[in-house]
Write a protein that binds this ligand. Structure first.
Ligand SMILES: [Zn+2]
Length: 54
């Protein structure tokens, strides 16, 4: 998605402290950290919501 901040981080248009990245997901330090090492893990593909299905 064009202006989604997470998609922009995945596309490396916005600086982030990336911890890990592969073809499925990206992990990076949260800018509004609440604890040392607070890390967000996001899918590289844009989703409006996450849904767990068995
Ligand atoms: Zn997105």
């Amino acid at each position: 998605m064009e202006n989604c901040i997470f998609c922009r981080i995945v596309r490396e248009e916005v600086f982030s402290y990336t911890i890990y990245k592969d073809e499925v997901a990206t992990a990076f330090l949260d800018i509004n950290t609440v604890a040392l090492g607070h890390t967000l893990v996001i899918p590289n593909k844009h989703f409006n919501r996450l849904e767990y299905k068995r």
